[in-house]
Design a protein around this ligand. Structure first.
Ligand code: FES
Length: 276
């Protein structure tokens, strides 16, 4: 029998129906609630995406002038459409059309950073793309090409999103420092606690990135000759073991921070002040 032509090979199933794989009629033999984790994941991600999208577009209640609280969804705010005082880094653009989020400068990069994150990839490949939905549960796709083709090959730019995310974390840090003000000078309140907590956890998430681990300790042949980089790498590695938890926690703190700023800015509640 002649060997199959190249075209035939490229069309051959490469997923669970590939030659050599066990022929099972059932999609899975698992009897536990394997679907619960992907279901919770997709619900959690969808909730964040809906909330963040609405808040990014509404253009209201994102700045508290008395205490200099700025929500991270609008930072940095660098157009003349931003309310007075909220542009910590000046005006780089004129008026923005109402259909553009004021945080448009960084939101695509933050979205890219999370979308290409190694943890989120696992999360949405399982819960959204079902590739596969869980261990020992067959995926519905006949073919598997991994991240070797468009569009998924773009996942390889993650390290560049990581560099931008570091800059954005610096911006958020500056916002948190600027917020230690009151109408009478120095002051802080519950809003500051929330802003600082959010920034600390954002740094923890960013520095626990797998790309950060590679930047600090990758491509070294001998750790013994690079003790400083080795020490940094070990610290990043410890953080890295918490990457999934930090990924979810920071989604929560981003929403919490934005929600609190929205409540104070809109006058729904007053900031709980400790000093000033
Ligand atoms: Fe998750 Fe880089 S691997 S942010």
């Amino acid at each position: 029998m002649s060997a199959p032509a190249d075209n035939d090979v490229s069309r051959a199933p490469t997923g669970v129906r590939a030659p050599g794989r066990a022929r099972l009629a059932a999609r899975t033999l698992r009897t536990d609630r394997w679907w619960l984790s992907p279901l919770l994941t997709v619900l959690g991600l969808a909730t964040f995406v809906v909330y963040a999208t609405v808040r990014a577009f509404v253009r209201t209640a994102y700045w508290v002038p008395e205490y200099h609280y700025l929500t991270p969804f609008y930072s940095p705010c660098v157009s003349t459409s931003c309310v007075e005082g909220s542009s910590h880094f000046g005006h780089w653009f004129g008026e923005m059309p109402s259909w553009l989020p004021l945080g448009v400068l960084v939101l695509p990069f933050l979205l890219g950073f999370r979308l290409t994150c190694y943890y989120y990839r696992k999360a949405y490949y399982r819960s959204v793309w079902f590739s596969p939905p869980a261990c020992a549960v067959a995926e519905p796709h006949a073919r598997y090409t991994g991240e070797t083709r468009l569009p998924l090959i773009v996942q390889n730019v993650h390290r560049y999103f990581f560099y931008v995310a570091c800059v954005v974390s610096l911006v958020n840090t500056y916002d948190a420092i600027v917020a230690f003000q009151s109408p009478t000078g120095f002051g802080f309140g519950l809003g500051n606690v929330i802003l600082v907590l959010n920034v600390v956890l954002l740094w923890a998430y960013t520095l626990s990135c797998h790309s950060c681990r590679h930047v600090t300790g990758g491509r070294l042949k001998h750790f013994s000759k690079h003790p400083v980089r080795y020490w940094i790498w070990t610290q990043v590695t410890k953080l890295n073991t918490r990457h999934m938890a930090l990924a979810w926690t920071t989604l929560g703190t981003l929403v919490l921070t934005d929600f609190y700023v929205m409540l104070v800015s809109s006058g729904a509640i007053s900031d709980l002040r400790f000093v000033g």
